[in-house]
Design a protein around this ligand. Structure first.
Ligand code: SAM
Length: 444
């Protein structure tokens, strides 16, 4: 159990960040592959990675790596694995197959052969075989096929690791917790929070980014609120696991940095509050309602992390939202609930000019991003904003020059995490005689 080959799948684009995280948790340098990190470790490391990793989707143990040409080769490879070391014939299992350029015609048939091999091995040894349960198996087995190799893994996580156990309330387009954590890691805030640098998400929805951030600020392990498949495996020793949980419990601190979130939808803020409560960080986040186009910064400087509304999944609301839309809400009182005065809303236009502008509003909130950029240029000098979007042209739309773009995948959607440094002169096109961005409105 001390020399296991572990593989941690992750979203594409997150591999290098995950390799750093794995090193931090286990002390061992892993190897980043596409969409995952491989690392040598012990059974204890596997448990620690499940408990602490914010970026991995699962923690798999590699049990076999073989050449294959036919389904019979898969059967033989699976039959050679000592599955009885991991689970008993009284437990249930499930086989899932993924493939890249496999010559086999049916992956279902491949899965069936592997399942038969596992069942036959147990029957030969114990005269009884474990049942298959496709919904809630005790043991999940993964087979990954390339053109000519098969790798077999047992999954120590069970439910994927983005399920932290605290999210019950979610909006229309919640971010996966693992992706929120990847945004935080890519922004560098996980280190900056130790120096007290504030974090703010002005479109916080059900609170994924701010809750992940607050847990980081309090050193709360990501897996404290859930169970893992390894707890049912044969090598599991409750006292060892309880020791790891105790260590994690003792490592919890007061928040090292303030975390703020707001959303135009008060329903979302309510969800975020309840999620924060379950995640044990309600004391470490300050959540408010309000339009991102009007909210003043909750601190003189800090890091903004935003997963803004975009047409495909969720509309913009508030000042730049569709007029008359049920979601469009204007705050009744122009006072920032973080204790700062709200930015004066753009003067209400009347007559033909107003009609023309309102007609320009679209379902996807086309006006939102230029207005957000103007608001940031005017009021957020000193902040760094990291915006996750599938829109590769966002910087042009915002008339801001990004200082960094990091590729990330939001499920099947290819995105970029754009970094904008809201310093004086952050506008994309600087005209002679312009005042610093922190002192004036939008030039766009
Ligand atoms: C893609 S969702 C964010 C999801 C969030 N990251 C989560 O995990 O739940 C975008 C959010 O922007 C909010 N929103 C839309 N227009 C806004 C505006 N003008 N100001 C602030 N928030 C707005 C929506 O209510 C929605 O919750």
């Amino acid at each position: 159990m001390n020399q296991l080959q572990l593989f941690l799948p992750c979203a594409a684009g997150v591999e290098e960040l995950l390799a750093l995280e794995v090193k931090r948790i286990t002390g061992t340098q892993g190897k980043a592959w596409r969409a995952g990190v491989q690392v040598a470790g012990s059974w204890r490391d596997a448990m620690r990675l499940n408990l602490h990793s914010r970026l991995a989707q699962r923690v798999l143990i590699e049990l076999q790596h073989n050449a294959y040409r036919s389904e019979q080769d898969l059967y033989n490879a699976a039959a050679a694995v000592a599955w009885e070391i991991w689970f008993t014939p009284k437990q249930t299992f499930k086989v899932e197959v993924t493939a890249q350029h496999s010559p086999l015609t049916s992956l279902n048939f491949a899965a069936l052969k592997i399942k038969d091999a596992i069942a036959d091995r147990f029957r030969d040894k114990y005269e009884v075989r474990p049942d298959v349960d496709t919904r809630w198996p005790d043991a999940r087995i993964y087979a990954h096929l390339t053109t000519d190799t098969v790798t077999l893994y047992i999954d120590t996580s069970g439910e994927p690791l983005f399920k932290r156990g605290w999210r019950e309330d979610k909006g229309d387009a919640p971010l996966k917790e693992t992706l929120a954590a990847a945004m935080i890691a890519a922004s560098g805030w996980d280190a900056l929070c130790k120096q007290g640098v504030p974090l703010y998400d002005p479109c916080c929805g059900s609170g994924t980014i701010v809750i992940e951030a607050a847990q980081i600020a309090c050193s709360i392990a990501s897996g404290m609120g859930r169970h893992f498949a390894f707890e049912k495996f044969v090598p599991f020793q409750p006292h060892v696991w309880e020791g790891l949980l105790d260590q994690a419990e003792q490592a919890i601190t007061a928040p090292t940095a303030p975390v703020f979130g707001s959303d135009v939808s008060f329903r979302m803020v309510d969800f975020a509050e309840r999620n924060a409560e379950r995640a044990g960080v309600s004391h470490a986040v300050q959540l408010r309602g309000g339009d991102a186009l009007q909210r003043m910064p909750p601190a003189p400087s800090g890091v903004m992390l935003v997963n803004p509304p975009y047409g495909e999944r969720i509309d913009v609301a508030g000042v730049a939202g569709t007029p008359g839309s049920a979601r469009a809400q204007r705050p009744a009182v122009p006072i920032d609930e973080f204790g700062q005065p709200l930015a004066a809303p753009a003067p209400r236009e009347t007559g033909p000019a107003r009609v023309g502008r309102e007609q320009a509003y679209t379902e996807s909130g086309a006006d939102f991003f230029p207005q957000l950029a103007s608001h940031w240029k005017k009021h957020y000098a000193g902040w760094t904003a990291h915006v996750l979007t599938p829109d590769m042209k966002l910087p042009q739309k915002m008339r801001l020059k990004e200082s960094r773009r990091v590729p990330m995948w939001n499920g099947p959607i290819e995105c970029r995490l754009f970094r904008f440094d809201m310093v004086a002169g952050s506008a994309r096109e600087k005209k002679p005689g312009d005042q610093p961005a922190g002192q004036q409105g939008s030039r766009s």
